[in-house]
Design a protein around this ligand. Structure first.
Ligand code: HEM
Length: 441
């Protein structure tokens, strides 16, 4: 315990100094290394929690200043943000992102600053394109049609036929079960692709799940995987181009209005390429992880000093009124509170700021990377009270103050997860359909 305390202190003190003195040689040599290594480790769900436990509300981690106070998080999530190449704590490799990877411009929304925070307007424009062509009324309609229902029915059959307790292959297999469902369902709903076209579904499954396509975008990791051709990463860029072409020719983009003359607008290819990164990093990961938690694939994290890991969530699922969709949604939101599928986001400071770290006021310069740890806000006792680590889907303020989708309930400044409602609708359908066969078996 003492060693843990010292290690945290040393790392914190070094980073606080280095972030305040970014031009010093020592900072320039060591900080990128600390950012990379700690950035990966900090994805463990208890890491930031332990830091807060040992160091207090504000600290430094993964080359970023972490401000864990509920009100500070609330303000960060509802204000314009400047951005850089980070996925929460993880460093990203801009060389691999659309469309920088083919000598084009950056169309990855998470790394584009808001106009009001120094951006050039591309974040706002590209988001509008996604909403116009992909996350639109047609997608919502497809969610409740016969094809979507038959995919859900197939998922329920897989659930009955495959092991589905902790670690069960229903969750981990990529030819059947949950992962195959996610690929089929989301590509049908978002792009109108035919879920029975096996060759296409196989390519998509390989790119996004079998070959761990998300790691392609991680700094150092992506290049190492490519260099040593691990998990088929030598061909990953080619696969991404193939998939972008499939998206380009999909029903969703059939009516795309191309306007090459105006460079502020997006091309069809850019939108398709942008969606390959979004499917990889956002759409096929967040919902999968929320299913892992809510359907009993893995226990809740063991937060130090808490009994969260002993909570059996499937007991709660089994006792839900499955005809009450709002109750199922609240159950999912509470699962996403005690274990946020996306733990943190980031911003870049657009002005110097002063905060207290380890009882000392410290001033950080413009350009400092700041972590937005939604997971700490979702578990903040000062807001949620003494029952923070208990499971209660009826808890007060769950909807209006939920931070799991990069907003505070419905409040945000233009960066709320645009897939939130679609994801929740799908997840409620999964828990209801699979929940019914689970009870009848
Ligand atoms: C349980 C499911 C999901 C959760 C918890 C979730 C959470 C989040 C979070 C926290 C962010 C902000 C990340 C950041 O800015 O650093 C985000 C962004 C985003 N999500 Fe989701 N997401 C989910 C599902 C989806 C789905 C199904 C889609 C479908 C396309 C989607 C599309 C996006 C996009 C495009 C962004 C970037 C928005 C922007 O930068 O303006 N997400 N999501």
């Amino acid at each position: 315990m003492k060693f843990q305390f010292n290690k945290d202190q040393i790392l914190n003190n070094f980073q606080a100094w280095a972030l305040r003195n970014p031009d010093q040689t020592f900072s320039r040599i060591l900080l990128p290394f600390v950012s990379f290594v700690e950035g990966l480790i900090a994805n463990s769900p208890t890491y930031l929690y332990s830091k807060r436990f040992n160091l207090g509300r504000n600290f430094c981690c993964a080359g970023q200043v972490v401000m864990g106070e509920f009100a500070t998080l609330e303000s960060a999530l509802t204000s314009p943000q400047a951005r850089t190449w980070r996925l929460g704590t993880t460093l990203l490799d801009q060389d691999f992102f659309p469309n920088l990877d083919v000598g084009g411009r950056n169309v990855f929304p998470l790394a584009l600053s808001d106009l009001e925070a120094g951006g050039n307007g591309n974040h706002e424009t590209f988001r509008q394109y996604m909403q116009k062509y992909i996350l639109n009324e047609n997608a919502t309609q497809r969610q409740s049609d016969e094809t979507a229902k038959s995919l859900l029915a197939r998922l329920a059959t897989d659930y009955l036929e495959m092991p589905h307790d902790i670690g069960g292959s229903f969750f981990s297999d990529d030819q059947r079960g949950l992962k195959r469902f996610m690929v089929r369902y989301l590509h049908y709903v978002l792009f109108g692709l035919n879920p029975d076209e096996e060759q296409v579904m196989e390519l998509l499954t390989q790119l996004y799940y079998t070959n761990l396509g998300t790691l392609h975008y991680f700094a150092v990791v992506g290049k190492l995987l490519q260099k040593f051709n691990l998990k088929g990463h030598k061909n990953l860029s080619e696969m991404i181009e193939q998939v972008a072409t499939i998206y380009e020719n999909s029903t969703a983009l059939a009516d795309f209005q191309e306007n090459i003359a105006d460079e502020n607008l997006m091309t069809r290819r850019e939108l398709a390429k942008m969606m390959t990164s979004i499917m990889s990093i956002a759409a096929l990961q967040g919902p999968l992880h929320l299913c892992y938690t809510s359907m009993g694939f893995r226990p809740l994290p063991s937060y130090p000093g808490q009994k969260t890991a002993e909570i059996n969530l499937t007991d709660y699922w089994d006792n839900l009124d499955l005809n009450d969709r709002q109750a199922v949604k609240l159950y999912l939101l509470e699962c996403a509170r005690v274990w946020a599928p996306v733990s943190a986001s980031h911003r870049v400071a657009t002005a110097p700021f002063t905060i207290t770290i380890a009882d000392r006021e410290q001033t950080f310069p413009t350009g400092t990377k700041v972590l937005i740890p939604m997971s700490l806000g979702l578990l903040d006792k000062s807001f949620w009270g003494e029952t923070t680590y208990e499971f209660n889907s009826q808890r007060e303020n769950l909807c209006p103050f939920h931070m799991g989708f990069h907003s505070v309930g419905d409040r945000h400044a233009g960066r709320i997860c645009p897939g939130r409602d679609l994801a929740l609708e799908m997840l409620v359908d999964i828990l209801v359909t699979v929940g019914k066969v689970r009870r009848s078996s």
